[in-house]
Write a protein that binds this ligand. Structure first.
Ligand code: CAA
Ligand code: NAP
Length: 240
C-alpha cells in the first residue's frame, strides 16, 4: 500500500499494538515516545519500526519531529494521536500541576500532533486522523476531572476536524477504549482495579490489539465515509 502512518506514544501499550497492526497492514510506521528509551529500543529491535523521541506537549518539538519523520519516510497519510497520561486525584486534592500536565499532553498534544500534518493532507487530498480518547471522556470518572476533560475535548477536536477535512478527502475519528491491560491501568491500586473489572460486563480488561484493530479499520479505504465518529470498545461498560 505504501502509506505512511505516525503513531504518537507508539512504542508501548496501546500505541505499540497500533504500530504493529499498521505495519502488518502494509503501512510504513513511525512511532514516537516521550522518554522511555529502553522500551523504545526494545520495540524497534523487535519490530524494525523507527522510533522518534519528542514531547507531544511542545509544539515546536512536534513540528520539528514530524518534519524529520517526513524527511525519512515520506508524507504522513495517517496520524494516530495516541500519546496520553493520567495524573489521578480527587478534585479537592488535584493540583494545578496535575491539571496542566494532563491538559498539555492529552489535549494540546493532539493539536500539536495533527496541526503540522494537516496542510500536507489538505494538499494531497487524503488523510486519516485518528485520536485515542477514552471511555472516561464519555462518562467522566472519579479522580479524573483533568483526564476526562481532555478526553471529552479530544472528541470535540475530531468532530470539528471532520467537518473541515471532509472536502479535502480527510477523515477524523476517535476510538474510546474502555479499561485496557497496559501499564496505565496497572498503575491503578489493585483493589480499585479489581472493582473496576467488576463493572465491565465482559468480565475482563481489554487487550491493546482490540483497540489496534479499530484503528486499522478507521485508517483503511473501507472507512472513507466514516467521519467525525467514535468507536467505543469497552466490553459493554458504557453505552453512548
Ligand atoms: N466513586 C466514589 N467514591 C470513590 C471512588 C469512586 N469511583 N473511588 C474512590 N472513592 C472514595 C473512596 O472510597 C474514599 O472514600 P473515604 O474517604 O470515605 O474512604 C475516597 O473516595 C478516596 O479518598 P482517598 O483519600 O483514598 O483518595 P486518594 O487521594 O488516595 O486517591 C485514587 C485514590 C487516586 C482516587 C485511587 O482510588 C485511584 O487511582 N482510582 C482509580 C481512578 C481511575 O479509575 N483511573 C483510571 C486510570 S486508567 C485510565 O485512565 C485509562 C482509561 O482511559 C480508562
Ligand atoms: P501507556 O502504556 O502509559 O503508554 C503511553 C505511551 O505514550 C508511551 O509510549 C509514552 O512514551 C507515550 N507518551 C506519554 N506522554 C508523552 C508525551 N508527553 N510525549 C510523547 N509521548 C508520550 O499508555 P496506554 O495505556 O497505552 O494509553 C495510550 C492512550 O490510550 C492514551 O492516550 C490513553 O489515555 C488512552 N487510553 C488508555 C486506556 C487504557 O485502559 N490503557 C483506556 C482508554 C484510553 P514513553 O514510553 O516514553 O513513556
Amino acid at each position: 500500500m505504501g502509506r505512511v502512518a505516525l503513531v504518537t506514544g507508539g512504542s508501548r501499550g496501546i500505541g505499540e499494538a497500533i504500530s504493529k497492526k499498521l505495519q502488518a497492514e502494509g503501512y510504513t510506521v513511525a512511532a514516537t515516545y516521550a522518554g522511555n528509551d529502553e522500551a523504545a529500543a526494545k520495540f524497534t529491535e523487535a519490530t524494525g519500526i523507527k522510533t522518534y523521541k519528542w514531547n507531544v506537549a511542545d509544539y515546536d518539538s512536534s513540528k520539528a519531529g514530524i518534519e524529520q519523520v517526513e524527511a525519512d519516510l515520506g508524507p504522513i497519510d495517517v496520524v494516530v494521536a495516541n500519546a496520553g497520561i493520567t495524573r489521578d486525584a480527587p478534585f479537592h486534592k488535584m493540583t494545578p500541576q496535575q491539571w496542566n500536565e494532563v491538559v498539555d499532553t492529552n489535549l494540546t498534544g493532539v493539536f500539536n500532533t495533527v496541526h503540522p500534518v494537516w496542510p500536507g493532507m489538505r494538499e494531497r487530498k487524503f488523510g486519516r486522523v485518528i485520536v485515542i480518547s477514552s471511555i472516561n471522556g464519555q462518562k467522566g470518572q472519579f479522580a479524573q476531572v483533568n483526564y476526562a476533560a481532555t478526553k471529552s475535548g479530544d472528541l470535540g477536536i475530531v468532530k470539528s476536524l471532520a467537518q473541515e477535512g471532509a472536502r479535502a478527502g480527510i477523515t477524523a475519528n476517535a476510538v474510546c477504549p474502555g479499561y485496557i491491560g497496559t501499564e496505565m491501568v496497572m498503575a491503578v491500586p489493585e483493589k480499585v482495579r479489581e472493582s473496576i473489572i467488576g463493572q465491565i460486563p465482559a468480565g475482563r480488561l481489554g487487550e491493546p490489539e482490540e483497540i489496534a484493530r479499530c484503528v486499522a479499520f478507521l485508517a483503511s479505504d473501507d472507512a472513507g465515509f466514516i467521519n467525525g465518529s467514535t468507536i467505543s470498545a469497552n466490553g459493554g461498560q458504557f453505552f453512548v
